[in-house]
Design a protein around this ligand. Structure first.
Ligand code: DC
Length: 231
């Protein structure tokens, strides 16, 4: 079991990609990378600097200043995963807010942003032993990943999960807004010109609408163990 592989987990928003990715990384002693957090951090950077808001989108200024956004993950042993830092500030909570979710798809469409983040992601995974989740991990970032998982579940299930997360954090949101955001992000993710969300030909699809977290973990862990026996 000393051989390390690369595990790419892609899929629609709120399909539980990060949950399974964290579980696998902890079980295998791998590094977990939440690539969506990086797109969210660039969105927050753009909001904080006034490049993007509900009614304005200044792409040239964002691109010009992209070099001033320094991203890093720092492992939090209490939480058991790495948190996102933007210019040395922990932004893990802020990037999960609905305001960021509502703008992140626009930021993720910009080729210059994708190029910067894909470069960092490739670097993070160069020694294998990494579980990365996102939208283009199996198709762009790690095309040669040994195991590619594509997660799906119904929009209702996904919106309900996201909504429950917000409620748990004490955030005031309406279910309808969360549901609309899920559908809207799906639409942008699958239709964008650069690196749209598509299932890699060699990815294994897991629909977890009717699976518990434990069942899902067991199914995917079995796939990992099978791969590890054959590398
Ligand atoms: O996984 P998430 O919901 O935190 O991702 C936030 C957004 O970032 C999502 O709407 C699409 C985008 N994203 C992307 O385009 N490519 C990735 N590899 C990860 C996320």
């Amino acid at each position: 079991m000393n051989k390390k592989i690369t595990i790419a987990i892609d899929g629609y928003s709120s399909t539980g990609k990060s949950t399974i990715a964290k579980q696998l990384a902890n079980k295998l002693g791998y590094v977990y990378v939440d690539s969506g957090a990086m797109y969210r951090a660039i969105t927050l950077f753009s909001m904080n600097n006034g490049y993007i808001s509900k009614c304005k989108f200044d792409i040239p200024s964002l691109i010009e200043n992209l070099g001033n956004a320094f991203l890093k993950f720092i492992y939090n042993p209490k939480l058991g995963f790495s948190e996102m830092y933007l210019n040395d500030v922990n932004v893990e909570n802020e990037i999960r807010k609905l305001e960021v979710s509502n703008l992140v798809s626009k930021i993720a469409e910009i080729p210059e942003v994708r190029k910067k983040l894909v470069g960092i992601q490739k670097e993070m995974g160069k020694n294998k032993g990494v579980v990365m989740d996102g939208r283009d991990i199996g198709t762009v970032v790690f095309r040669d990943a040994e195991l590619k998982i594509f997660m799906t579940s119904s929009p209702e299930t996904r919106a309900k999960r996201r909504y429950d997360e917000f409620v748990e954090k004490g955030e005031q949101v309406r279910y309808k807004d969360v549901y609309d955001n899920v559908l809207d992000r799906d639409r942008v993710d699958i239709s964008r010109k650069h690196s749209p969300l598509i299932k890699a030909v060699d990815a294994i699809e897991i629909n977890n609408s009717d699976l518990t977290k434990e069942q899902q973990f067991q199914i995917i862990l079995n796939l990992v163990e099978e791969k590890l026996r054959n590398v």
